[in-house]
Design a binder for this molecule. Structure first.
Ligand code: ADP
Ligand code: MG
Length: 483
């Protein structure tokens, strides 16, 4: 075997570094490992299929040039992909030949090697014509529901969101043509899921104005579906969604416990996917942690890429705030921004809330924005914003409110009043915590997830029909929120 692959690659890197931005270099070239050089073929190990596709698409010329420079005119390049569990090949196209099924077993297999082919046609072909498009219905009339300011330009990049953002950008520029179909973005509250998926939609519209893009929340989707049943126009509902080139469904976890909606979404998903249409979804959990969603749907979610958004570090939080005030055309001392970024460190939405409160305080009271004023507002803000609400806290509050001992709620007792209190605790836990139904059930009298779902449904029904019930549930909710 020829030696010196590391030297060859570092020679390439020198040139590459001079030709692209440091950011791009860090993202796309730092993670590459040269692994061998044989018969004038340099093999590079990349962390995922995503990388391979991205490099092929964006840096192939640069790579080609540098390889030729180092190895001469017949120098060649080959990729070796180390599979990670988040990627699942499902696309027809050049890759599946080499990567038949990437299930768990594949993780143990040696990395897959894909020779570079410079003449290859990238990605699957155009989707088949959709037989369900209603003739005469103008595609362009569909309102995308996209919010302009939620674009990529305004979405600050940081370590917390690098993969999700890059994958989102790739999808936005090439909807339905990357392996990230569906692209699933997940994170806790207020960390940018909604913003990012809007940005994808906007990016698609910028590149392909003729494409039909739609953003909906899973809640809207469910309501439309229910309405369509009520109005007996389910076919229209289905046809409408089948027209989408890019369908973005936000907060998919809200479909939990709604088997009929899941069923219709499942068929829609298959239809769109088969026709090469892009699906983007968000969720508060990775697919493995989602409860109340049918396994066959969960397995579809794992087909593409799941990428998470994490809590941004201090610098990123600062950058987000700076961007925000610049966009809003306001000025604020650096010190104040630093104060906000350091005091509010888990949720971007709360950070923006504090910023707005400070602006409001200063303009209403005609006071200058000083660190003192800011500290004051932030202190109140942090105090008044519910910290994380836990199942334990909810149980205590509900028991105290109805004056029953906590042990009773946690027991298996089936007495009517205990059951109702327990159901409320389950309902609020589902509403205010990120715990799975199974965990909630387990903590509330060792019940299973179906019992929790039933409890949530019962409470919702009562809320709709029983005024006095609603009154004390509202009261209780206020107490829980002011924790
Ligand atoms: P989620 O859907 O995860 O609850 P959102 O997308 O609603 O969160 O984000 C909450 C707020 O934070 C929005 O105003 C959004 O613009 C802002 N935000 C989140 N991430 C970023 C980011 N990386 N750069 C700039 N603003 C961000
Ligand atoms: Mg959201």
């Amino acid at each position: 075997m020829e030696q010196g692959y590391e030297k060859v690659w570092s020679g390439c890197l020198k040139v590459i570094k001079d030709n692209i931005s440091p950011n791009a270099y860090n993202t796309w070239f730092d993670p590459i490992k040269p692994v061998r050089l044989k018969n004038n073929v340099l093999t590079l190990q990349v962390p995922s299929q995503f990388f391979y596709e991205w490099l092929e698409e964006h840096y192939i010329d640069l790579l080609k040039k540098t390889i030729k420079k180092e190895l001469g005119p017949d120098g060649r390049l080959e990729y070796s992909i180390v599979m990670d569990s988040t990627y699942h090949a499902n696309q027809p196209g050049p890759f599946t030949v080499h990567a038949p099924t990437l299930n768990k077993k594949a993780l143990k297999n040696p990395p897959i090697t894909i020779p570079i082919d410079l003449n290859k046609d990238m990605g699957p072909g155009k989707g088949m014509p959709n037989p369900f498009v209603i003739p005469g219905l103008k595609k362009l009339n569909i309102h995308t529901q996209l919010i302009d300011s939620y674009n990529f330009e305004n979405f600050i990049q940081g370590d917390c969101n690098r993969l999700a953002r890059s994958a989102g950008l790739a999808v936005g520029q090439n909807p339905g043509k990357t392996s990230f179909n569906p692209l699933l973005v997940y994170s806790g509250n207020g960390l940018g899921k909604t913003h990012l998926v809007h940005a994808i939609g906007i990016e698609v519209k910028n590149h392909y104005p003729e494409k039909t893009v739609l953003y909906v929340t899973a809640e809207q989707f469910t309501n439309q579906f229910i309405d369509s049943i009520r109005n007996n126009n389910q076919n229209d509902f289905v046809h409408f969604y089948q027209m989408m080139d890019v369908l973005i469904v936000d907060d998919i976890h809200c479909l939990a416990g709604r088997p009929k909606t899941q069923d219709v979404f499942f068929h829609l998903f298959n239809q769109l996917h088969q026709n090469g249409k892009q699906i983007v979804i968000t969720s508060d959990m990775p697919p493995v942690g989602m409860s109340g969603i049918e396994p066959r749907l969960l397995s579809r979610f794992k087909w593409g890429l799941s990428a998470d958004l994490q809590v941004p570090d201090f610098e990123t939080r600062m950058a987000i705030l700076q961007k925000k005030i610049r966009n809003d055309g306001v000025e604020m001392p650096q010190e104040v921004l630093e104060l906000i970024s350091s005091k509010i460190d888990t949720n971007i939405r709360e950070m923006e809330g504090a910023l707005i409160s400070i602006l409001a305080q200063s303009s209403m009271n005609k006071k200058e924005i000083t660190p003192d004023l800011a500290a004051n507002v932030i202190e109140k803000f942090v105090k008044n914003t519910p910290r994380e609400i836990t199942i334990d806290y909810i149980q205590q509050t509900v028991c105290k409110y109805f004056d029953i001992p906590l042990e009773k709620l946690k027991s298996k007792s089936r007495k009517r009043d205990t059951v109702q209190v327990r159901q409320l605790a389950m309902y609020f836990s589902k509403l205010y915590t990120k715990s799975s139904l199974a965990v909630i059930g387990n903590k509330c009298g060792n019940k299973d997830h179906a019992t929790v779902l039933h409890a949530c449904k019962t409470v919702r029904n009562l809320l709709d029909t029983d005024k006095s019930f609603k009154k004390y549930v509202d009261e209780l909710e206020n107490i829980i929120k002011i924790s």
